[in-house]
Design a protein around this ligand. Sequence first.
Ligand code: FAD
Length: 428
Amino acid sequence: MARARQAMNITPEAILQAIEPVDFININSLLGEEERAIRDRVRALVDQRIIPVAAEYWDKAQFPFELVPELGKLGIMGGTIKGYGCAGWSNVAYGLAIQELARGSGSLATFLHVQSGLAMTAIYELGSEEQKQRWLPQMARCEKIGCFGLTEPEVGSNAGLMRTTATRRGDTYVLNGEKKWIGNASFADVAVIWARMEDGRISGFLVEGGTPGYHAEVILQKGSQRSVWQAHIVLDDCQVPAENRLPGARGLGSTLSILMHSRYGVAWDGLGHALACYEMAQAYARKRIQFTRPIVSYQLVQQKLVKMITEISLAQLLAIHMGRLKDGGQTNPAMLSLFKMNNVAKAREIAALARDVMGGNGILLDYRVIEHMADIEGVYTYEGTNDINMLIVGQAITGVKAFAVVSPPAEPEKVLASAMGGLIKEGE
Ligand code: FAD
């Protein structure tokens, strides 16, 4: 059997070994020394420790707990936060680290977005000094894990209609409701839960793992993001001390800066998936022989590879530019929506092309591409669906909000005026 395998034209191991990191338009020249070093450090961990085991975890729908401490040593968690035991990297360095992680495992990149992009950012941006000191250093080292509960079973894109309630009772808040799709929630040490208070305003609360009335059940049988766990949370008279409320959380708008930061990271995630798929397809096409020649020599195959590298190059330029703008405080929500929308949608197209180039082997997990292709589906939907991000850009360029109900439709001028008055706040 082993001999037969050796004699075969190609094996997953041979293709993985033949992979050459791609930098067609010399993106390296746009990076600082420290940014390159951070990227290479994450890339080394991904190549040595993550890629060899990723497909098996994904197949078994198991979360790789063994790898979490290693992520905690990288500096990637809360990577751009200054102080509180965090690395204080540039946004470009943080993005490159996410890209590399997603290149190895989309599921681990999703784990990172929840821990770092959502939970840590919420505590950093909206928390009290005491809350920051208590949670951020340990979360940066992955000794404590966080989650972020915004979405509900009946409330997805339109998060402003959330039904979970927080009722003040003495020195506590009592939370009741349900949350769906909440990453890390089944084993989180701290859950950032969004709920509506008695005065109708939305606020955020830190619920510690093990608090009575907090139940989180892992959502099973997913076809995407299989080796990271999302849970369905039920909050049943879940009592949290009043000081666990995030003091900076004042209305749904407070979630915006957090979602923007996470959305920025998710756009780099798309790039990581795209690079992984391209590199694999390129290596495969050089080795695979059909009709006596390597398939890479056929024009139709070359056309697919050229389409992929063109979109990757454009997505890389956009990513570096967005990172530099973000470092200078010059991004706005619509720009970040465009960034996430473009890079993830392009990754989706690139994964499909790569899968095609690899023929039947393209659907085998050992060859990695099908895992990326499936994982991109989750990314396409979270952090603002592709449609919602598109309509946020649409609102920015036309002044008309097209994703909320405007009624009655009888008088066109009023419809337009009403639509133009809408705020961009939907996101998750
Ligand atoms: P819906 O909002 O019901 O949308 C369904 C479809 O309708 C989409 O195509 C959408 O684009 C379209 N649509 C909706 N409204 C409009 C409109 N006005 N105009 C045009 N089209 C529209 N949430 C959390 O809070 N925390 C997490 O950690 C988290 N992790 C996630 C991980 C994964 C893998 C996934 C899949 C989801 C996660 N989510 C999380 C939830 C995620 O943010 C939501 O799935 C997302 O906001 C979309 O909500 P929905 O699934 O209810 O879809």
